[in-house]
Design a protein around this ligand. Structure first.
Ligand code: NAD
Length: 489
């Protein structure tokens, strides 16, 4: 057991909000237990932000935007601050990775090698990006010029989910600050450890009030924040149902939003694919992050010509995955985030069987691990795309396989989904990859490659998977107002 975990078990942290450059000490706040999903032991107590604290955080951000030095900061000054945040995250990377693993159950190899370096990189990327991005100039006739400039939008509410707490929130914070905004951040009440630690390790880097933190449950602190008249926009990552509720509340104030929502991404493997790479990738995109990933390619369509071999190989690989304490070396699958999420896995395993799917692997709690919310990595072969396991976002280590015969048929089945986040295509035929990529109704298509994010491009969803794109121009659109100034000589 890691010494950090022992420390937290003995003395759980007390986590509060951060307003105007300092942590708050709210008297009488509702106390929420933050649980390590591996040990089921409390590792922190979250002091829920009241409506008054949310109000103070929004006011602090407003003041810093209207009157503080951040509004007047040069691009170079903003870049310097973002670079210092990047450096601070990397300097504390080992501790942040362990905290993330303790709080989420994500294997340490993934938090250490991917999520934390990625969180840091967001700040470096957006610092560099603002040096290169600008506006546009058009001339209609000699002496008549149209200037398009992008101005900060103001106070941004940044709301994150529990499945990649620091990485996904860092992308929002970096984008919002880079384009000159101030913000109020609300992490998930289940996983506030790393985001709170970020506020500690960057103490003094930003002027007071530029970056504030509120904590608590969605229906309490979350609703206070999104319904606050002082915010100018909400950047939200989370479930589709929550996103819809937030959109309803924003409509009243005509407030902007960016919504990164759920997914149920198709992973199409044609018979001419590089077989080994396709199996490796299917494993990664179904089970990385314990399968709790918006861009999981866990709806796997296999060409009938290779289906027996693929199913055999994929099933053997699943059964060999190492399920254990996520902080231990070599662990590939850790626990689900909580008991409710594990019960959800059980319900889907039951519904899959009830609707006629065949169990290939998993399907149960881990018999060998009595403590912790462990669930076996699971795969089922579904007879049709109508099954709940093929249509609903399960958000756990659960792959639903289907067999197809024709390209048109598989594209139609892949698009037969309320979601449209990512499509994965495996084929060595360039023409086919282009045809299928353009036919898929998803915000991102990955051809012959597993999960990849490129901040220079936009990430986001079609249909119920969201509104807006994160990354480069998408973040610029999200965090700025476009202004047109037409000048005549
Ligand atoms: P969630 O919707 O339950 O919660 C997300 C955040 O919203 C939390 O901070 C929560 O406290 C807050 N919240 C809840 N109700 C609220 C309300 N009424 N008003 C304001 N805030 C509220 O989502 P989750 O369970 O934390 O995350 C899992 C979901 O996130 C999955 O659906 C997953 O696909 C999605 N996700 C999407 C992306 C993406 O980039 N598209 C990335 C990661 C996760």
């Amino acid at each position: 057991m890691s010494s950090l975990r022992e420390e937290l078990n003995q003395q759980p942290k007390r986590l509060s909000g951060y307003v105007s450059g300092g942590f708050t000490s709210p008297a009488g706040a509702e106390e929420i237990a933050v649980i390590d999903p591996t040990t089921e032991i409390r590792v922190a107590t979250l002091l829920e932000s009241s409506a008054d604290e949310v109000d103070a955080a929004v006011e602090a951000a407003r003041h810093a935007f209207d009157k503080g030095p951040w509004g007047a900061a040069t691009v170079a000054e903003r870049q310097a601050a973002l670079t210092r945040i990047h450096d601070a995250i990397l300097a504390n990377a080992d501790e942040l990775a362990m905290l993330e693993t303790i709080n989420t159950g994500i294997p340490l190899s993934q938090t250490r090698n991917m999520h934390i370096p990625r969180a840091a990189y967001n700040f470096r990327f957006f610092g560099e990006y603002i040096n290169q991005s600008g506006g546009e100039v058009f001339t209609q006739e000699p002496g008549l010029m149209s200037l398009v400039t992008y101005e900060p939008i103001g106070v941004c509410a940044l709301i994150g989910p529990w499945n990649m707490p620091l990485g996904l929130t860092a992308m929002k914070i970096a984008g919002a600050l880079a384009f000159g905004n101030t913000c109020v951040v609300k992490p998930s009440e289940l996983t506030p450890l790393t985001v709170t630690r970020l506020f500690e390790i960057i103490e003094g880097v930003l002027p007071e009030g530029v970056m504030n933190l509120v904590n608590g449950r969605g229906h309490v602190t979350g609703t206070s924040l999104v319904s606050h008249p002082g915010i100018d926009m909400v950047s939200f990552t989370g479930g589709t149902v929550t996103g819809a509720a937030i959109l309803g509340s924003l409509a009243k104030g005509i407030k902007g939003s960016a919504m990164e929502l759920g997914g149920k991404s198709a992973n199409i493997v044609f018979a001419d694919a590089d077989f080994d790479k396709a199996v490796d990738a299917a494993l990664l995109s179904s089970f990385m992050n314990n399968g709790q990933m918006c861009l999981a390619g866990s709806r796997i369509f296999i060409d009938r010509k290779i289906s027996d071999r693929f199913i055999d190989s994929f099933t053997r690989r699943i059964k060999a995955l190492k399920i254990d304490d996520p902080a231990a070396d070599g662990t590939e699958i850790g626990p689900m985030i909580n008991q409710a999420q594990r019960e959800r896995m059980e319900r889907y395993a039951g519904s899959g069987l009830g609707e006629g799917a065949t169990l290939l692997a998993g399907g149960h709690r881990c018999a060998s691990l009595n403590t912790g919310y462990f669930f076996e990595p699971t795969a089922m072969l579904a007879p049709t795309n109508e099954l709940a396991i093929c249509q609903e976002e399960i958000f756990g280590p659960f792959a639903a396989l289907q067999i197809f015969d024709e390209e048109d048929e598989v594209v139609a089945r892949a698009n037969d989904s309320e979601f449209g986040l990512v499509g994965y295509v495996w084929t060595e035929d360039l023409n086919r990859s282009m045809r299928v990529a353009s036919a898929l109704r998803t915000g991102t298509v990955l051809v012959n490659t597993p999960i990849v994010r490129d901040l220079r491009t936009g990430f986001g969803g079609y249909k119920q998977s969201g509104l807006g794109r994160e990354g480069a121009k998408g973040s610029q659109a999200m965090f700025t107002e476009m202004k047109t100034t037409i000048i005549a000589r």
